[in-house]
Design a protein around this ligand. Structure first.
Ligand SMILES: Nc1ncnc2c1ncn2[C@@H]1O[C@H](COP(=O)(O)OP(=O)(O)O)[C@@H](O)[C@H]1O
Ligand SMILES: [Mg+2]
Length: 215
C-alpha cells in the first residue's frame, strides 16, 4: 500500500498558519494530489468538543496537566479517527498544529517537562510523526496585531491561550525555534515583512521538493 505524506504547520497565534494551510491544500489539489486539510485541537467532532473545553475562557483555571492530557486526548481522537486512515489511504494530510505545539506551549510556554509531554503523546498516538513541519516564525507583536484584527472581524474576542499575553507568546516562539534547531524535519520560514504570497512561495517550493518522490 502506498503511504501518504504528513505535513504540519506550526507557529504562534497569528503567525499565518490557517492562511498558509488553506493555500497549500488548494495548491496540492490543483496539482492532482488527494489532500486533506485539518487542524488541532480539533479535526473530528469529538476532538472539536475537546477544543472548545480547552479554549473557552471561564472562571476556573485550566490545570496545566489537564491541559496536556486534553490536548493528547484530542490528538488521539484526531489521529485514529482521521489522520491515520487518510495516510493509510495514500493521501497528503496537512494539519494546522500538531505535537510540536504541545511541546512549545505546554513545554516551553508553561514550563512543563518535555519528556513527560512526549511520553503522554506516545501513549496517545504511538510513533506517528509528521514527515515535514513548517514553523512560521513571527514576532508576538506582529502576530498579536494580526490576531487583534482577526478577532475584531470575528467579534469573538480572545481564547484562553491567546489571553496569556506577550511574554508567554515570547516563550512559545523561542521554544518553537529551539525545537527546529534540534530537528531537521522542521523548516523555519521567517514571515516578518513578507506578504502572504511571498511566504507561500517559499513554502510551496519546499513542499514541491519534498514531494518529488511521492506522486
Ligand atoms: N504574511 C502576512 N502578512 C500580513 N498578514 C497576514 C500574513 N499572514 C497572515 N496574515 C493575516 O493575519 C491574520 C492571522 O492569520 P492566520 O492565518 O489566521 O494565523 P494563525 O492561523 O497562525 O493564527 C489573518 O487575518 C491573516 O489574513
Ligand atoms: Mg489558525
Amino acid at each position: 500500500m502506498r503511504k501518504g505524506y504528513f505535513i504540519t504547520i506550526e507557529g504562534i497565534d497569528g503567525s499565518g498558519k490557517s492562511t498558509q494551510a488553506k493555500l497549500l491544500h488548494q495548491y496540492l489539489q490543483e496539482q492532482g494530489y488527494r489532500a486533506l486539510l485539518t487542524r488541532e485541537p480539533g479535526g473530528t467532532d469529538l476532538a472539536e468538543e475537546i477544543r472548545r473545553v480547552i479554549l473557552t475562557p471561564g472562571k476556573e483555571e485550566l490545570d496545566p496537566m489537564a491541559e496536556i492530557l486534553l490536548y493528547a486526548a484530542s490528538r488521539a481522537q484526531h489521529v485514529n479517527g482521521l489522520i491515520r486512515p487518510a495516510l493509510e489511504s495514500g493521501a497528503i494530510v496537512i494539519s494546522e498544529r500538531f505535537i510540536h505545539s504541545s511541546l512549545a506551549y505546554q513545554g516551553y510556554g508553561l514550563g512543563r517537562d518535555l519528556d513527560l509531554i512526549l511520553e503522554i503523546n506516545r501513549l496517545a498516538i504511538g510513533d506517528l510523526r509528521p514527515d515535514l513541519t513548517f514553523l512560521l516564525d513571527a514576532t508576538p507583536e506582529t502576530s498579536g496585531e494580526r490576531v487583534r484584527s482577526r478577532s475584531q472581524v470575528n467579534g469573538n474576542g480572545y481564547d484562553r491561550i491567546e489571553m496569556r499575553g506577550l511574554s508567554f507568546q515570547e516563550r512559545v516562539r523561542a521554544g518553537f525555534l529551539r525545537l527546529a534547531e534540534e530537528d531537521r524535519r522542521i523548516l523555519v520560514i521567517k514571515t516578518a515583512g513578507k506578504s502572504i504570497e511571498a511566504v507561500f512561495e517559499e513554502l510551496k517550493e519546499i513542499v514541491n521538493r519534498s514531494l518529488n518522490n511521492f506522486k
